[in-house]
Write a protein that binds this ligand. Structure first.
Ligand code: R5P
Length: 294
């Protein structure tokens, strides 16, 4: 039987594309707040003996997480078969170490909670830095969709003579793969982060690449400071206008306005944003299908 796809506070366009590609039935729920601000949730579709895919993009997750758990547990009580989570952005991956005494390594309790309530998870390029694999913290099977081939295609279609630049060592995994697939040169810089809004990035080596278009590639743009610092170096060196590409465009505060003022910006559709230009639905649907047929 076809799966049921329930969109819990996520992108309706992505929902429609996934529904089409998975030939899924649209699952209906009623969701509202009680006067005391607690959540009322009711599943309106019959999900017994059905596989259910919950599309719940865990970007800004604190308010969404409880609703996700309420929904997953309700579906199970209604006799659903597998209950899987699709979250193009996987939150709480950046706190993967206790940097100061007493700090919560939030990636771990977050992963534990999700693993207790869901049967599988599909996400797009989570921030794997100190963890090699999600299996180190998630006990459910998960599939990571890699955005590199999608970004490489986009670059090939839109940018002439790109020089790919990864602004820090963590970005190397993305930038090297994208460069290989796009057949473009790349370099990786070093970054020192002193605070949320205070970063220093090393100078790129540009002499050989003066006639190339700089393309910064990173997994996340949050405050935008990493990209802005790098663009400042490139502008100072007289390079052509930079294009910034991120898998996940968070754009906290005025990050997008500041970046738009000095560069072109393109992101994947992992987080809904005007900069979305790189389509993820087909790759995400394939990953979901794999879990449903296992
Ligand atoms: C590093 O940890 C990530 O790969 C990104 O470089 C970082 O999240 C970007 O953050 P921001 O936009 O705040 O500089």
């Amino acid at each position: 039987m076809n799966p049921v796809l329930i969109n819990l506070v996520s992108d309706p366009k992505l929902e429609a594309r996934l529904q089409d590609k998975l030939q899924a039935e649209q699952g209906k729920i009623e969701l509202r707040r009680f006067p005391d601000e607690e959540t009322y949730l009711r599943v309106l579709s019959d999900c017994s003996d059905r596989d259910v895919v919950i599309l719940c993009n865990l970007y800004q997750p604190d308010n969404k997480l409880l609703r996700l758990i309420l929904l997953a547990d309700t579906l199970r009580e209604m006799g659903a078969n597998k209950v899987g989570l699709v979250t193009p952005y996987l939150a709480y991956m950046r706190q993967d170490k206790r940097f100061h005494d007493g700090e919560c390594v939030s990636s771990r309790p977050f992963a534990k909670l999700i693993s207790q309530h869901l049967d599988f998870m599909v996400t797009v390029d989570p921030h794997l830095h100190r963890y090699n694999s999600l299996d180190e913290i998630y006990s459910i099977p998960s599939t990571l969709v890699h955005a590199a081939p999608l970004i490489a295609d986009w670059i090939q279609q839109h940018i002439k003579k790109p020089l790919l630049i990864g602004p820090d060592s963590e970005s190397e995994q993305w930038v090297s793969e994208v460069a290989k697939l796009a057949g473009a040169p790349f370099q990786v810089l070093s970054k020192i982060r002193r605070g949320d809004y205070d970063v220093e990035v090393t100078l790129p080596e540009i002499e050989r690449w003066r006639d190339h278009t700089p393309v910064l590639v990173d997994d996340i743009i949050s405050s935008g400071r990493t990209m802005l610092e790098t663009i400042a170096h490139l502008d100072q060196a007289g390079m052509p206008k930079t294009t910034c590409i991120a898998v996940h465009g968070i754009f906290a505060g005025d990050a997008y306005d500041r970046l738009k003022a000095v560069s072109d910006v393109a992101t994947t559709g992992c987080i809904i944003h005007p900069s979305n230009q790189i389509e993820i639905s087909e790759a995400v649907a394939k990953a979901i299908q794999k879990h449903l047929t296992e």
